[in-house]
Write a protein that binds this ligand. Structure first.
Ligand code: NDP
Length: 463
C-alpha cells in the first residue's frame, strides 16, 4: 500500500473545507488544510456573516423612525461607516480565530498558503514550493463574484467583495443584478442612506422565487425609495471629469453614481488549481463535476461546496462535508440531500422560503390549493409604517401535502427554518390546521389560513 504524508488534504478553509478537515482530524486522521486568504471563507469573511451585520446596521434608520409612534423621541442620529467596518472586521477576525481553533483542537495541520494539485494524490504548497501527498484530497475552494469582463468599464466596478470594505460610504450606487446579493445590498445601502438604483435584465427581481414574494418585495423596496429598473442592462461604465461613474444603460439612459456594483452571479475558483494534472473534470462554467457522493473524476479527489456549483449556500457545503465524512471514514455511504432547502433573502422585508413556488408547483401537479394572506404587521400599526407581510402555502390538493411555503416580512428567515422542518417531514395542510396558533405573532397566520384563496387546476387559476 502506498504511504502518503496525509490521510486527507483539504484545499480551502471555508465552510465545507473546515468542516471536513475538522471532523476527519477529530477521528484521528492525519489532516492538513490549506487556505490562501483567510480561514472562514466567503461566508465568514466576505459573505453571509458581514452581510447580516450590515443588514442590522442598515435597519436602525427605520427603527428610529418607528420609535416615535411608540412614544419615544429619538435625538439626532448620525452614522459612521468606518466605525461599522471596523466593528465588522473585529467580529470576523474573532470568528476566523474560532475556525482555526476548532481545526487545531481536532489535530489538523493548518497551512496558510495557496495549494495546487500536481497529480492525483499530490499537492504543491506555493509558499514553500514543497510537494506533499495525501490519500484523499478535498477541494473546497469556493467561488468568486463574476467580474463580467464583457462589460466595457467592468474594472471600474466593485463586487460584493469590495462593498464590505469601501473606504467611504458612497452617496449613490448603481447595483446590477436581480439575485440574492444585488437585492440584499440594495437594501443595505439604501438603509445606510445611500441613493440606490438596482438594474436587472429580467421582468422581475429574484427570478427563482415565488411571484408573490418577488412582486411584494419589489413594491416594498420602491416604497422605501430604492429605484428598480427591470428589463434593462448596463452597456458600459466610464468615469466622468468629476470622478463619478457613468453607467450607460440600454433603456434608461446614463446613470451617474459614486459606485457601480456588479452582482451577476459567482464563478467557481478552479482556475490554475492543477485540475487537469490530477484528472479532475470541470463543466463549461469551470465547476468541478462530481457524482452523488462528491467524488470527482479523479480517484481519491472530492469536491464540496460552491466549487461544484450545486447549491451555493453555506449550510449545503457543510452538509456535503458531513456526508463526505460519513461515506469515506464511517463506512456509511451518504449522498447529500439537496431537496427542500429552506433559504432566506435578507432584504428588508426579508423573504423566507422552502419548497416549490406556485409556478413550479403548477407545472408538476394537476390540482393545487393556494392559501395566501396579506396583512399589515402589528408593529406597523403604531409606527404608521405602511408595509405588508405576505404568507403563502402551496398545497397539493390530491394528498394535502404542503409543497411550498413562502413568506415576505420581518423575521421571515427565522420562520423559513422552522417551516423547512415541516416540509421535510412531509406535513400536510391538515397538520398545519390542527396546530395551535402562537398569539399574537405574524406566523400564526400560517396555521389559521383555513380556506384556500384560490385553486390552480391544470395550470389554470380558478377563483
Ligand atoms: P444569483 O445567481 O442569485 O443572481 C445573479 C443575478 O445576476 C441574476 O439576477 C441574474 O439574472 C443576473 N445575471 C447573471 N448574468 C448576467 C448578465 N450577463 N447580465 C445581466 N444580468 C446577469 O447570484 P448572486 O451573485 O446574487 O449570488 C450568488 C449565490 O450566492 C446565490 O446563488 C446564492 O446561492 C448565494 N447567496 C445566498 C445568500 C443567502 O442565502 N441569503 C446571500 C447571498 C448569496 P437572471 O435571474 O435573469 O439569470
Amino acid at each position: 500500500m502506498a504511504s502518503f504524508d496525509y490521510d486527507l488534504f483539504v484545499i480551502g478553509g471555508g465552510s465545507g473545507g473546515v468542516r471536513s478537515g475538522r471532523l476527519a482530524a477529530a477521528m484521528g486522521k492525519r489532516v492538513a488544510i490549506a487556505e490562501e486568504f483567510r480561514y472562514g471563507g466567503t461566508c465568514v469573511i466576505r459573505g453571509c456573516v458581514p452581510k447580516k451585520l450590515y443588514v442590522y446596521a442598515s435597519q436602525f434608520a427605520e427603527h428610529f423612525e418607528d420609535a416615535e409612534g411608540y412614544g419615544w423621541t429619538v435625538g439626532e442620529s448620525t452614522f459612521d461607516w468606518k466605525k461599522l467596518v471596523a466593528a465588522k472586521d473585529k467580529e470576523i477576525t474573532r470568528l476566523e480565530g474560532l475556525y482555526q481553533k476548532g481545526l487545531a483542537n481536532a489535530g489538523a495541520e493548518i497551512l496558510h498558503t495557496r495549494a495546487e494539485l500536481t497529480g492525483p494524490n499530490t499537492i504543491k504548497l506555493l509558499d514553500s514550493g514543497r510537494t506533499v501527498t495525501a490519500e484523499r484530497i478535498v477541494i473546497a475552494v469556493g467561488g468568486h463574484p463574476s467580474s463580467h469582463d464583457a462589460l466595457p468599464g467592468h474594472e471600474l466596478c466593485i463586487s460584493s467583495n469590495e462593498a464590505f470594505d469601501l473606504p467611504e460610504l458612497p452617496k449613490s450606487i448603481v447595483i446590477a443584478g436581480g439575485g440574492y446579493i444585488a437585492v440584499e445590498f440594495a437594501n443595505i445601502f439604501h438603509g445606510l442612506g445611500v441613493e440606490t438604483t438596482l438594474i436587472y435584465r429580467g421582468k422581475e427581481i429574484l427570478s427563482r422565487f415565488d411571484q408573490d414574494m418577488r412582486r411584494g418585495l419589489h413594491a416594498a423596496m420602491e416604497q422605501k425609495g430604492i429605484r428598480i429598473l427591470c428589463e434593462d442592462l448596463i452597456q458600459s461604465v466610464t468615469r466622468n471629469a468629476e470622478g463619478r461613474l457613468v453607467a450607460e444603460t440600454m433603456k434608461n439612459g446614463a446613470l451617474t453614481a459614486d459606485q457601480v456594483m456588479l452582482a451577476l452571479g459567482r464563478v467557481p475558483n478552479t482556475k490554475g488549481l492543477g485540475l487537469e494534472a490530477a484528472g479532475v473534470a470541470v463543466n463549461e462554467r469551470g465547476a468541478i463535476l462530481i457524482d452523488a457522493f462528491s467524488r470527482t473524476s479523479a480517484p481519491g479527489v472530492y469536491a464540496l461546496g460552491d466549487v461544484t456549483d450545486r447549491v451555493q449556500l453555506t449550510p449545503v457545503a457543510i452538509h456535503e462535508a458531513m456526508c463526505f465524512i460519513e461515506t469515506e471514514y464511517k463506512g456509511n455511504p451518504t449522498s447529500p440531500d439537496h431537496d427542500l432547502i429552506a433559504t432566506a433573502v435578507f432584504s428588508q422585508p426579508e423573504i423566507g422560503t422552502v419548497g416549490l413556488s406556485e409556478d413550479e408547483a403548477a407545472k408538476k401537479f394537476e390540482d393545487l390549493e393556494v392559501y395566501r394572506a396579506e396583512f399589515r404587521p402589528m408593529k406597523a400599526t403604531l409606527s404608521g409604517r405602511s408595509e405588508k407581510t405576505i404568507m403563502k402555502l402551496v398545497v397539493n390538493a390530491a394528498d394535502r401535502k404542503v409543497l411550498g411555503a413562502h413568506i415576505l416580512g420581518h423575521e421571515a428567515g427565522e420562520m423559513a427554518q422552522l417551516l423547512g422542518i415541516t416540509l421535510k417531514a412531509g406535513c400536510t395542510k391538515d397538520d398545519f390546521d390542527r396546530t395551535m396558533a402562537v398569539h399574537p405573532t405574524a406566523s400564526e397566520e400560517l396555521v389559521t389560513m383555513y380556506n384556500p384563496s384560490y385553486r390552480i387546476k391544470n395550470g389554470e387559476r380558478i377563483g
